[in-house]
Design a protein. Structure first.
Length: 142
């Protein structure tokens, strides 16, 4: 296994990784737009096979959100997710201007909290923060 990392991923590969995690199906136009508007993307490849991805979404000011941290099940626990997260955190730190600070948020999948704690993320709720929240909205067809 020779894993390489790139900053480009196809819509089809992104869709395949999402499906491997059992995530809801997305329209390919939405995936294309989401990828295009990402601040930073990391994709992991085993030769021609895309085996992982992670994205950073940012307002360009003081808030960033790490999303779509995905690794094919058969490639998990091999350090790929850790390398992708390291690359995202290096990107954030490398682009932070002197004197600036940034809030980085993410929503950990159930049972994956410890993975993100290794990167300095704190579980919510805690003594300061309330719980993270989410909502999914789906439009009716036609």
């Amino acid at each position: 296994m020779n894993i390489t990392y790139t900053n480009v991923i196809s819509v089809e590969d992104c869709d395949k990784l999402r499906n491997s995690a059992g995530w809801p199906q997305m329209h390919h136009d939405q995936i294309k737009t989401g990828l295009k508007n990402s601040a930073f993307i990391v994709a992991a490849k085993d030769e021609e096979l895309t085996v992982g991805m992670a994205r950073l979404v940012s307002d360009g000011g003081y808030v960033a959100f790490i999303v779509d941290v995905l690794v094919l099940p058969e490639y998990q626990r091999k350090g790929i997710g850790k390398t992708m997260m390291t690359k995202i955190m290096e990107y954030i730190r490398g682009n932070l201007k002197a004197g600036y600070c940034i809030q980085i948020d993410l929503m950990a999948a159930k049972g994956k909290e410890k993975f993100y704690e290794e990167f300095g993320f704190a579980k919510r709720p805690d003594d300061f923060y309330g719980c993270g929240m989410t909502q999914r909205i789906k439009a009716n067809l036609g």
